[in-house]
Structure formats: C-alpha cells, structure tokens
Design a protein. Sequence first.
Length: 254
Amino acid sequence: MRRLLPVTDQTSGEDREWSLDELADAYAYPDALQGAWLRANMVSSLDGAAQHDGRSQPLSSDTDMRIFGTLRGLADAVVVGAETVRLEGYRPARAREAFAERRAAAGQGPAPAIAVVSASLKLDFTLPLFTEPLVPTLVLTGAAAPPERVREAEKAGAEVVVAGDGPGVDPPRALRALAERGLRRLLTEGGPRMLGQFAASGVLDELCLTVSPTLTVGDAQRITGGPGLAVPARFAPTSVLEEAGFLFTRYRRI
C-alpha cells in the first residue's frame, strides 16, 4: 500500500500541488487488461452519507474534483445510473489537453464515453449528453426496455446496448458488452443504487473513496444501496492521500 502522503507536496519546504501527471500515474489502471476493469469513485461524509440535499457536491473539495477529473481522464467510459444523470445534470465528458498525449498513447479517444444504465429509459434525450457528445453516449438496458424509448434514444444519437434479458441490466453482461467495444478502463460515479447492484454482482474491481471531513446527520443514502450481501466483499487498501482533512483512499477487491 502507498503510505499516507499529502496531495500538496511539502517535501521541498513549500506547498506544491501535485501535477495532473503525478495524479494520473498514482491512479493508473492495471497494465494489459484482458477484460473490463471497473473502478468506482465516490465521496462520503464521516457519518456515511453519500449526498447532502440529494447531491454529492456539498461533500466535495477542489482537490476531490481534481482527482475526479483525473479519473475521468484515464477512463475509456464512465458508467452512471439514470437517477444520477437526472439529479447531477450530467453533461458529455470533454477532451482535456492535459490528458491528450496520455490518451493517444493508450489508444483511447479524446474523451471517455458516458454509458447510462437505465431499465425504463426515462431520460431526457434532448439534453447535451445525448445531442452534443464528443464521443457517442451509450445507454445500457435490458431486452424488455420500452421499444418507443429505445427508438427515442437511438433517434437522439445514443447507442443502445442490450445487456440483460429482462427490463434491467445484468452487470457482468454489461461489462462484457463494453469490453467488446474496446471500453475496458471503466469508471462509475454512481449512483448508490447502481453501484450497489454492480458491487453485489462481484464486478467491482476497485473503489476510490473520498472521506470528507464533514457530518451531515439525517438519513442520506450511503455510497451503495440495495439488498445486503450474504457475505461482505473484502477489499484491500492500495493508497491513501490526504489534503485539508480529506482522505483520498483507494481499495482493490481481494
């Protein structure tokens, strides 16, 4: 495990913010992936809340957002639940010059694709996420999805990927479908219900969890939701970084 280090480097006697290249090296995906590698990036308060007033932003910080941007800059695709798309006002991922050379060397496109997981396809297909993406947006759904909503998605320019026999998505099948399209370095940013479904299916390889030095009280949702596991899944810590009281932790599935 990487030992605890400040995200602001003080070894030279003065504060120095880590460069994006240093963060990208610290959060690099495993080499030579054969299948998909699913990484989650979430934030939690000290008392376990994943949101405040329905959004994660109040728990975040500038450094958390730099790491958020770095993880996106390394990913082939960002997998996100439909409810999070609606609540967080998701937009297409943008190309960033800071990651252009690294992405080109890895054979990646200019920006990660956004892959939205939805059973009902109750999405606003007039939003820029569907009408103005740099890389076409994907919609992951089941074979029983409403046909008229599938047509609306395709009309808007989204690629609909059937990854389940019923109305919903089967997580292992969804990851295989993305890997078959060359999208192996995967990042999910929630929401909690979708992350719980994927974690329960045993396909979550890595969790990047920001522990925010805040208390929210209340009954906000945790970073995962849904039925509990019969046997808790075990993860091992691989790195911990710190900045202004925030802990940026990273765990891999054992």
